[in-house]
Design a protein around this ligand. Structure first.
Ligand SMILES: Cc1cc2nc3c(=O)[nH]c(=O)nc-3n(C[C@H](O)[C@H](O)[C@H](O)COP(=O)(O)O)c2cc1C
Length: 346
């Protein structure tokens, strides 16, 4: 039995949020093994003005308070996204608010952006060495009157420490937040954020919901194109519930992620890619748990791929495994570089 399997037996008996707290503590203490093997050269790519050793990133929500970005990079991710950060600290929704759907390899969460707030995140980001690619994902406080102002506050304060910024307008757990994906609201929000980071220009991305309709996608892509936004992440958790779900917890309120999200999020990624026509970067996120999943997202138009939920089931060895599997798939298809695979299914 591998070390993670043994630890996992223990962790799976804990409440999901307690297990997550333990994982953060283990990362802080340096107990997690690092992935020291160099990445296959075929996985290397240039994006967002940086060179990444591989296209696999950790999605937002795991390290909301920027406590362990460097330990997470050490697990072998090509990039790590911290947040969502909100201007003021807030408690989020009452617990329990995070549920494993073991039979489905899924997760439902209704966290509601619990976090230590902007100042705590800024202090940590300011104090770390600038190495590796660390993105900063920003959101809004639940009780704020001017939600767009919250994004502006966080973006302006954190841009100097971010390799890229993400406006998360797609969390389903803050009432009304997803309305910011509407054409006028999104345009206003992104314009204000762009103005606020003019002194520290960093790539700006938007993270959208996999529940976006075709009309929503038309609007989102049009706004991003008009404003020359650098990229879109597709996407966040879904409010939908595929009929295939079997776990007892499938009726919990919140956003669904993990394996049951793979097909939906990849289809919406593909639709987005067809509209974007390679004018800006797409990051595929939702249900990635294997090299084949990552490859499917890349062929559907993603330059980069992110994951979170499958890490809950597979642990840190998943990162190495996905990279190795992806490199093997590229070799099978006689592609020298992952870049050659981007959008090949479109
Ligand atoms: C517990 C949990 C918390 C999350 N918190 C955030 C968040 O704060 N901001 C955000 O943009 N996405 C958040 N997400 C969404 C993930 O970043 C990701 O978009 C989604 O889970 C789909 O990817 P996955 O299937 O690989 O988990 C969260 C997901 C989970 C499971």
């Amino acid at each position: 039995m591998g070390w993670y399997r043994a630890a996992d037996l223990l962790l799976s008996r804990l409440d999901a949020e307690d297990a997550h707290g333990l994982a953060i503590r283990a990362l802080k203490s340096g107990l997690m093994p690092r992935d020291r093997r160099p990445d296959p050269p075929s996985l290397r790519l240039e994006v967002l003005g940086r060179t990444l050793a591989n296209p696999l990133g950790l999605a937002a929500g795991f390290d909301k308070n920027a406590e362990v970005p460097d330990a997470l990079l050490g697990l072998g991710f090509g990039f790590v996204e911290i947040g969502s950060v909100t201007p003021r600290p807030q408690a989020g929704n009452p617990r329990p608010r995070l549920f494993r759907l073991g039979e489905d390899r899924g997760v439902i969460n209704r966290m509601g952006f619990p976090g230590q707030g902007l100042e705590a995140a800024r202090a940590r980001l300011q104090g770390r060495p600038r190495q590796g690619v660390v993105g900063v994902n920003v959101g809004a406080n639940k009780d704020s009157v001017d939600r767009a102002a919250d994004y502006v506050t966080c973006a302006a304060a954190l841009a100097p420490f971010a390799d890229y910024l993400v406006c998360n307008v797609s969390s389903p757990n803050t009432p009304g937040l997803r309305n910011l994906q509407g054409r006028a609201q999104l345009g206003d929000l992104l314009k204000r954020v762009q103005d606020s980071i003019a002194a520290h220009p960093v790539p700006l991305l938007v993270k959208i919901a996999p529940d976006a309709t075709d009309d929503d996608l038309d609007d989102i892509v049009a706004v991003c194109r008009d404003l020359r936004v650098d990229g879109i992440i597709i996407g966040n958790t879904t409010l939908s519930r595929p009929p295939s779900l079997r776990s007892a917890r499938r009726g919990e309120t919140g956003g669904l992620s993990g394996a049951p999200l793979m097909a939906l999020s990849t289809e919406v990624l593909r639709k987005t890619a067809r509209r974007v026509e390679r004018q800006f970067l797409l990051i595929g996120c939702g249900g990635v748990g294997s090299g084949a999943d990552a490859y499917a997202k890349i062929r559907a138009g993603a330059s980069l791929v992110q994951l979170y939920s499958m890490l809950v089931y597979e642990g840190p060895p998943l990162v190495r495994r996905i990279k190795d599997e992806l490199a093997a798939l590229l070799a099978r298809d006689r592609l020298a570089s992952v870049v050659d695979a981007i959008g090949t299914d479109l």
